[in-house]
Design a protein around this ligand. Structure first.
Ligand code: MN
Ligand code: MN
Length: 456
């Protein structure tokens, strides 16, 4: 029952393909630092492969490639199968939000001749990991006149960066007595953005200078922060990790690594699938999948209803039947075994970097609380598909019993009475500013997702 290391089966030619795929992935996450940017890049890739927005279709037929977007934070892509969508669809679902630090609605203030931005962290973060590292700002400022200004500072090598400061070791005697969850307080995650006063300005002159720069460069005022969404994320590119370049280190693998491999699976499909296939990229997983752009939104059902309506005389029963006959891989990352911290895992049932895609039959915490639990029959079907397509895969659960736990979007789609299982890529340093994945797992997941779309 011990999964094999996936690298062993790769000859030089296959290895080149694997490495090239990972270069493309690195570019994707280097650009895609927010859910909005991932959607923008995904639309570009979809359009290049002939996918068209759903509202451009009067009817849908076999082989048609279609996509739908929701508030610039979700993108769902479909290829219409040989069978009608109402017979059931095969779905790859991944989330494109990642843990980060958001600006508050009234963020800008001056203190001791520094200008700072006040923040509220998003998702599960170890706050001490986010101080004293180079940070970039990405997002939008929506103005009352309807214009939306894009903000993107800190990625270009000629851009300035930003940072959250931390206390010097020499004066940290009290701070270091605190527990790790308190050593950096949530209200201390404020970002330093300037220190130069505006000449001739007497009150809060450093802040005034920042506002002058923002007005000149981006044409917005302080009050426009109220209708902005600006995310503070690690600055810089995804990079190869290790002398052997076997891993990718970067921000946002959770879950953009599964989002990218799922998207590429549908983009690169070479034949018309029997079933209609879908790649669904959703937002807000890291905060509970709630709201209009989370997996719990009606958007998913609405889009499928639209698709059915473009194929046959729509009625609600067709939608219900479609959902009940659908299969899904909840494409989300797994916690890879870290050799420095093996104590948190039960090693027979853990995910390892380099051993291929990971299936989590169930997630949850304590007595499997809150878990989706894929049926044995569905797992058997997927094993067969993986084996017939020479995919390296492994099964795992999230740590030892009672060590902690977590969940994904799996249960939400399972509530629609679909077959759903978690299937994704192992990550080290999950939720840290720099996460790590194995390149072979990225490529094996991509191939697994293609096999699933064609055969489930
Ligand atoms: Mn995730
Ligand atoms: Mn996560």
């Amino acid at each position: 029952m011990y999964s094999k290391n996936a690298w062993e089966k790769y000859d030089n030619e296959k290895l080149d393909e694997l490495m090239k795929f990972n270069e493309e992935y690195k570019n994707f996450i280097t650009f895609g630092k927010t859910e909005r940017l991932v959607v923008a890049e995904s639309i570009k890739l979809l359009e290049e492969k002939g996918f068209k927005p759903i509202d451009e279709f009067k009817t849908l037929k076999e082989g048609d490639k279609v996509y739908a977007i929701n508030r610039n934070k979700n993108v769902f892509a479909f290829i219409i199968g040989k069978e009608k969508a109402s017979k059931g669809i095969n779905v790859l679902g991944a989330h494109i939000d990642s843990p980060r630090i958001d600006l508050k609605q009234n963020p800008l203030y001056e203190s001791f001749d520094f200008a700072l931005l006040d923040t509220h962290y998003y998702g599960g973060v170890k706050k001490y990991q986010w101080v004293t590292i180079p940070l970039a700002l990405h997002g939008v400022v929506a103005k009352k006149d309807g214009t939306v200004i894009d903000i993107n500072v800190g990625e270009d090598e000629n851009d300035p960066i930003f940072c959250i400061t931390d206390l010097l070791i020499h004066l940290s005697a009290d701070q270091l007595q605190k527990t790790a969850s308190k050593v950096i307080e949530g209200e201390n995650l404020d970002v330093t953005i300037g220190s130069m006063p505006l000449k001739g300005e007497e009150k809060e002159s450093v802040k005034a200078n920042i506002l002058k720069i923002l007005k000149e460069k981006y044409n917005f005022e302080e009050e426009d922060f109220v209708s902005a969404e600006i995310e503070v994320v690690p600055a810089g590119n995804a990079r190869d990790l290790g002398f052997d370049r076997s891993m990718v280190a970067g921000y946002g693998h959770d879950d953009r690594v599964c989002a990218y491999t799922s998207l590429r699976a549908i983009l690169d499909l070479k034949e018309t699938p029997t079933k209609t296939v879908c790649c669904a990229l959703v937002d807000k997983e890291e905060v509970g999948s709630i709201g209009a752009t989370g997996a719990q939104s009606n958007f998913f059902e609405n889009v499928i209803a639209e698709i059915i309506n473009l194929q046959e005389n729509y009625n609600d029963l067709l939608l219900r039947r479609c959902l009940s006959n659908s299969n899904m891989l909840s494409s989300d990352v797994s916690a890879g075994v870290d050799p420095l911290y093996v104590g948190v895992n039960e090693l027979k049932n853990s995910a390892y970097l380099g051993k291929g895609i990971v299936f989590n039959k169930y997630t949850g915490a304590r007595g499997k609380s809150g878990c989706n639990d894929a049926s044995a029959e569905y797992v058997a079907k997927l094993r067969k598909i993986m084996d017939e397509n020479d995919i390296n895969y492994q099964t795992a659960e999230l740590g030892k019993v009672d060590q902690g736990g977590g969940g994904t979007i799996a249960y939400i789609l399972a509530n629609l009475n679909m077959n759903v299982i978690d299937a994704g890529i192992s990550v080290l340093n999950m939720h840290a500013p720099m996460e790590v994945v194995s390149k072979v797992d990225v490529y094996e997941a991509y191939k697994a997702y293609i096999a699933f779309l064609l055969n489930a």
